[in-house]
Design a protein around this ligand. Structure first.
Ligand code: ADP
Ligand code: MG
Length: 537
């Protein structure tokens, strides 16, 4: 098999860090990051800007009382207003305004004391009014910032902090859904989603590649989940990402961008952008031009494809929404009209912001001495984070050992059994007990993994009982271990000879034999020590 030739290139334009790609592990060779692609194809600089639609967690719609329940029978969550029945009027849902303000505050946005609603027109079967109510002239919030750690272990050696400016955050309605019946050859419309509340977040083109974009989306999800303003269930369409992508030479202005619409998963965001950057570079390297178009992401064939709509720039004929007054908020120090009543209080909402993920990571590093890598991985999986905090409540437990059990061994065990973390019912108490058994030296790591496997596949007995019943207690007695080691060497004379003649790699094989001989119960540190001693003779 040929290995990919990676030229030794110093990439210096990237964050002023110089590093070469001469030594790239096998794993990294098969998943080149965008920066590596750049280094291979001339110094193209890629630029990414995201537009994200987040469905606001609310029981009713943005301007009507209809339910937002996911999975209701078709056309059951539709009020007269959602169906654009003449004579019906929008009534703004206060809880959606609060959610948008809370989110905007958490993202350091400037909140507008007065924002306005507009009609954005387009003709489509799933938009009964012929327009969407959105905010264009004056959105509820502007000028924010999202900071996040970029860390994909298979690609980045170390995490790094990145930041993207938020141009605006606006309230708007979702549209309905067209369903195409290929047998009857007709299209049907489901209006359950019509009027569902959305926040659209528009980010500046501050990102460089797919991994950064995926990390931004992940952090946004973590924040929205803490705030409880969006479920972030991408598989239900509760969070949808549009990615704008362009490439250019570092000294030149930004290139023509394409927009990849409605990417439905975080990995999809990384892969779609990665693909699109390479596609554009290939076009430009052949002397072609990138055309400004909307594309879709095909997660099965892993490619972006042109979408047929939007051949020319659409005119949305924006106009003020006449049926909604300006949206006023109560902001300390800002004057309000005398007749304004019951305004959403921004200061009050500011006090409701919970601890955000970056703060949690900082605490994990400071209080427990975790590495930033571990802190990132724990915070990324709330269930693991909750386990960690719960297990650490008992004093004297080794934080790093717990991290290893959770981030390495539990995840590997789940993977091996094709189980997901969400479906894993192992309690923090059980995991804590395994940690204690390990820490007290009553079992070794090999046995800990076996116990973990038992509880993961549904053994409801306590780890201590499992260990006792299976006779998995660790052998620590040095004389006993010395004897076992000596026996193993005696039964493998040939290997011992080879070892003594310089084939020192065989050492691991001896360790393995002792492990096998003791049903993996021997204290491995002692085994290593004794084997070394015996082999030297
Ligand atoms: P428009 O007014 O055409 O909608 P915007 O300036 O509002 O354009 O940008 C829309 C989105 O496209 C934003 O998320 C922005 O970050 C992104 N974007 C703009 N220019 C580029 C570019 N050259 N490359 C990548 N993304 C871009
Ligand atoms: Mg725009």
């Amino acid at each position: 098999m040929h290995s990919i030739h990676i030229p030794r290139i110093q990439v210096s334009f990237f964050r002023n860090v110089k590093f070469s790609f001469e030594r790239v592990s096998k794993r990294e060779k098969t998943s080149l990051s965008d920066k590596q692609i750049k280094s291979k194809t001339g110094h193209w600089q890629s630029v990414v800007g995201l537009e994200i639609h987040a469905q606001i967690s609310s029981r009713s719609k943005l301007f009507s009382g209809a339910s937002t329940n996911f999975g209701s029978p078709v056309n059951c969550n539709v009020s007269f207003f959602d169906a654009a029945t003449p004579g019906t009027l929008p009534v703004l849902n206060r809880s959606c305004v609060e959610a948008a303000v809370l989110t905007a505050l958490a993202l350091s946005c400037k909140i507008n004391a007065v924002s306005l609603f507009d009609r954005k027109h387009y003709f489509y079967a799933d938009l009964p009014a012929g327009y969407q109510i959105t905010q264009q002239r004056a959105p509820i919030a502007e000028d924010g910032k999202l900071q996040f750690q970029v860390y994909t272990p298979s690609i980045h050696k170390k995490p790094y902090l990145k930041s993207s400016r938020i141009k605006q955050l606006q309230l708007e309605q979702d549209s309905g859904k067209s369903l195409h019946d290929s047998i009857e050859k007709r299209s049907l419309v489901d209006l359950n989603r019509a009027g569902v509340p959305l926040m659209e977040l528009v980010f500046e083109p501050d990102l460089e590649d797919g991994e950064e974009a995926a990390a931004l989306v992940k952090e946004l999800c973590l924040i929205l989940l803490r705030l409880n303003t969006c479920s972030c269930k991408m598989e239900e369409g509760a969070l949808r990402v549009d990615a704008n992508v362009s490439v250019h030479q570092p000294s030149e202005p930004l290139g023509t961008r394409t927009e990849i619409k409605n990417i439905g998963s975080i990995r999809g965001v990384a892969n779609a952008i990665q693909f699109e950057i390479q596609r554009q570079i290939n076009i430009l390297n052949k002397g072609g031009v990138v055309i400004n178009e909307t594309r879709s992401w095909d997660p099965v064939y892993k490619q972006t494809l042109p979408m047929r709509d939007k051949e020319e720039k659409q005119d949305y004929r924006y106009m003020p929404e006449p049926n909604l007054p300006p949206l006023r908020l109560l902001i300390e120090g800002q004057l309000i009209p005398k007749d304004a009543k019951n305004l959403v209080n921004v200061t009050e909402l500011q006090n409701r912001i919970p601890e955000l993920p970056e703060e949690t990571r900082r605490k994990l590093i400071k209080q427990y001495g975790l590495s930033s890598e571990s802190a990132i991985q724990l915070v990324n999986e709330d269930q693991l984070l909750q386990h960690f905090i719960e297990i650490m409540k008992l004093e004297g437990r080794d934080a790093q050992m717990i991290v290893n059990i959770l981030l390495i061994h539990l995840l590997t065990t789940l993977n091996k059994n094709k189980l997901s973390l969400e479906k894993c019912s192992v309690t923090s108490a059980t995991l804590g007990e395994i940690v204690d058994l390990l820490q007290e030296g009553r079992i070794n790591l090999l046995i800990a993994k076996k116990v973990l496997n038992e509880v993961v596949i549904g053994n409801s007995k306590s780890p201590s009982l499992i260990v006792e019943e299976r006779k998995w207690i660790q052998i620590t007695d040095e004389d006993e271990i010395t004897k076992i080691c000596a026996d193993v060497l005696k039964n493998n004379q040939k290997m011992v000879e080879q070892y003594r003649n310089g084939k020192t790699k065989l050492f691991d094989a001896f360790v393995g034999l002792v492990a096998k001989h003791t049903d993996q119960r021997a204290n491995m540190e002692v085994v290593v020590k004794k084997l070394k001693m015996l082999l030297q003779k």
